[in-house]
Design a protein around this ligand. Structure first.
Ligand code: HPA
Ligand SMILES: [Zn+2]
Length: 338
């Protein structure tokens, strides 16, 4: 008698996974936002937690970013950053996210007078505690805000110098249209010379040319989003042949109207074309779900197979910055499922 297939929801929960596209500021839950606003006596344009949630209806990336920067304004002292990070890492434990590579946006804080000496100790205290308590693996990606100038990115890199041992990579986020990757070619080259790895958002709202530019001008190891690569067949062939990872964020793409509905999402097209696709939560508090919620949304709306879910979990480790021994370890754990 063949054993019945594991229900897909059970497979999603039990697979070990890595998360590679996650903005720590985007994990700020309305409850914590309101309590920090009270703690610091900050006026927000919301009276209740439900008001906050009901404001999360976005037309595009910019309408989200406006609320995301407003929300981040409640993060003031080291303990706030610790609490933000701690809450997210506890969520990783719940979702079986055994390794995470998280972006943080220094300029969102330094522009308000809050420096690396405040947020870095808060972040790293929570990361070390989670590592000690349940072996959570995590690393940080310092992301430059692309709507700001190249000079501001260089200043940020300078301010980060004492903290470089705690930072694995640099990234590029915020308003994509009109801020192409090549604007940051020199700061990425400097980052590379300092031993930092590189990722960049490209092809979320921006065109496929931005993905070429991230590859050629920024020398990235991964493309964050990249769903608009389907518009360029030569690019698709290139991404597949290089096994260049795409960190796709399904719930984010629906919330920001990149696709109308989850049934229209192109993730299976990308997988079928042989691209190294991964699933990620992006800004889970704003987009309605953490990593397993993203997998579940795919399973509920697309004809995704158990094998494809397992491939996505495998890809999350293959595309990570873990070393080969760690990758082999987690790939062998994924292989135990199905
Ligand atoms: O999804 C995103 N895209 C661009 N910038 C961002 N900053 C936080 N989240 C995002
Ligand atoms: Zn993102």
């Amino acid at each position: 008698m063949p054993t019945p297939a594991t229900p897909i929801a059970e497979l999603i929960n039990s697979l070990p996974k890595a998360e590679l596209h996650l903005h720590i500021e985007g994990t700020l839950e309305p409850e914590l936002m309101m309590s920090l606003a009270t703690k610091h006596d900050i006026a927000l344009p919301y009276s209740t937690i439900d008001d906050v949630r009901s404001a999360y209806n976005f037309d595009n990336l910019q309408s989200f970013l406006d609320l995301y920067y407003l929300g981040a304004s409640v993060l003031r002292d080291e303990d706030d950053f610790y609490r933000l990070m701690w809450d997210y890492l506890c969520k990783c434990k719940e979702d079986n996210v055994v390794h995470v590579e998280m972006m943080f946006d220094p300029q969102t804080h330094t522009e308000r007078g809050i420096g690396f000496e405040v947020f870095m100790p808060g972040f790293t205290r929570a990361m070390h505690q989670a590592e000690q308590e349940w072996g959570q693996s995590s690393l940080l990606i310092m992301s430059f805000l692309r709507h700001l100038s190249e000079d501001s990115a260089f200043e940020t890199l300078d301010a980060a110098m004492p903290y470089l041992p705690m930072i694995a990579a640099v990234g590029l986020d915020s308003s994509e249209l009109g801020n192409p990757p090549e604007k940051f070619a020199r700061v990425f080259a400097k980052s590379k010379s300092l031993g930092l790895l590189r990722v960049a958002h490209a092809g979320e709202e921006g065109p496929a040319e931005y993905i070429w530019s991230a590859l050629n001008e920024l020398d990235v190891h991964r493309i964050d989003h990249g769903v608009r690569s389907v518009e360029d067949t030569q690019l698709m062939t290139h991404l597949a042949s290089k096994q260049m990872p795409l960190t796709v964020c399904p719930l984010s793409n629906i919330k920001l109207c990149v696709f109308d509905k989850m049934v229209d999402h192109n993730i299976l097209t990308l997988l079928d074309a042989g691209l190294l696709v991964t699933v990620n939560a992006d800004d889970p508090s704003y987009f309605g779900g953490y990593l397993n919620d993203n997998y579940r949304a795919l399973a509920a709306n697309l004809p995704i197979t158990h094998e494809q879910v397992r491939t996505l979990a495998e890809n999350s480790f293959k595309a990570s910055f873990l070393d080969d021994v760690q990758k082999a370890h987690w790939l062998s754990k994924v292989a135990l499922h199905l």
